[in-house]
Ligand binder design. Structure first.
Ligand code: F6R
Length: 244
């Protein structure tokens, strides 16, 4: 694992955007894996700026998002699809037909999971996967468990995640209880992985991911197996790591 510690959220976001921009400049038809949540918002802002001011061209990029709530679609403000349109897709020249978010409104969620996994395979796999990390070290919606999920699947959200995500909803009761998420196997097949974390509340999860035992109780710890995983942190998220 490579670890880069930056001085601030803005610096973390700029470094992350640089890596994505480099990937797109070198391989214009690259396949990106994308994340939602608070963490990557600054990175998306910087990518939009690079598109606007430096001509970063998204026209041939394909993207696959990590996850979506079951029951929510593009028209719901809290859906991850709506988030991606607002933060990135509507502000750059990406071809919307090449963007993919699991369909939370599919009638048959099991079939949707299989379809999603197949479309990633048919696109040739993910070149660069962006991840955030939950306070319990979840990645995507892969919550602490007794096994690592191999493929895109339906997940029951943990109470702690429902509580954490309720900040995006009017009431905690409105937070969907299920989501569709890429599996740990799906994520690990990406050729490169970039995990971002900022803030003191992520420090324990970062410690468990980097130095803890590799266990499904700390899903991000599996990244220790990946030959091309990089973490970009701010000082607070890195504060429990020795010597950084
Ligand atoms: C989002 C996702 C989640 C978040 C994680 C951190 O697509 O898959 O794993 O990355 O919950 O969320 P924030 O960034 O809001 O702290």
């Amino acid at each position: 694992m490579r670890i880069l510690v930056t001085d601030s959220y803005e610096a973390m976001s700029r470094e992350a955007a640089k890596i994505l921009a480099g990937q797109i400049w070198l391989w214009p038809d690259t396949v990106l894996g994308l994340a939602t949540g608070s963490t990557p918002v600054g990175m998306y802002r910087e990518l939009v700026r690079l598109h606007r001011d430096e001509g970063l061209d998204f026209s041939q990029v394909t993207s696959f998002n990590l996850d979506e709530y079951v029951g929510l679609g593009r028209e719901d403000d809290q859906s991850y699809q709506a988030f991606m349109h607002k933060q990135l897709f509507d502000q750059v020249n990406i071809d919307v037909a090449k963007t993919h978010v699991p369909n939370g409104k599919a009638e048959d969620i099991g079939a949707e999971c299989e379809r999603y996994e197949r479309s990633i395979r048919e696109a040739g796999g993910i070149d660069l996967q962006v991840l955030g990390i939950g306070r319990n070290a979840h990645i995507g919606f892969n919550e602490p468990d007794d096994h690592f999920a191999r493929q895109t699947h339906r997940v029951a959200l943990k109470e702690s995640t429902i509580r954490a995500n309720s900040r995006f909803f009017e009431r905690e009761a409105d937070v969907p209880r299920y989501a569709i998420s890429m599996g740990i196997g799906t994520i690990l097949k990406a050729r490169r992985i970039l995990l971002l974390a900022n803030g003191r509340e992520k420090a324990q999860a970062v410690y468990d991911a980097v130095l803890g035992d590799i266990t499904p109780e700390h899903p991000a710890s599996i990244l220790q197996f990946h030959p091309q995983a990089m973490l970009i942190l701010d000082r607070e998220a890195a504060s429990l790591l020795p010597n950084v």
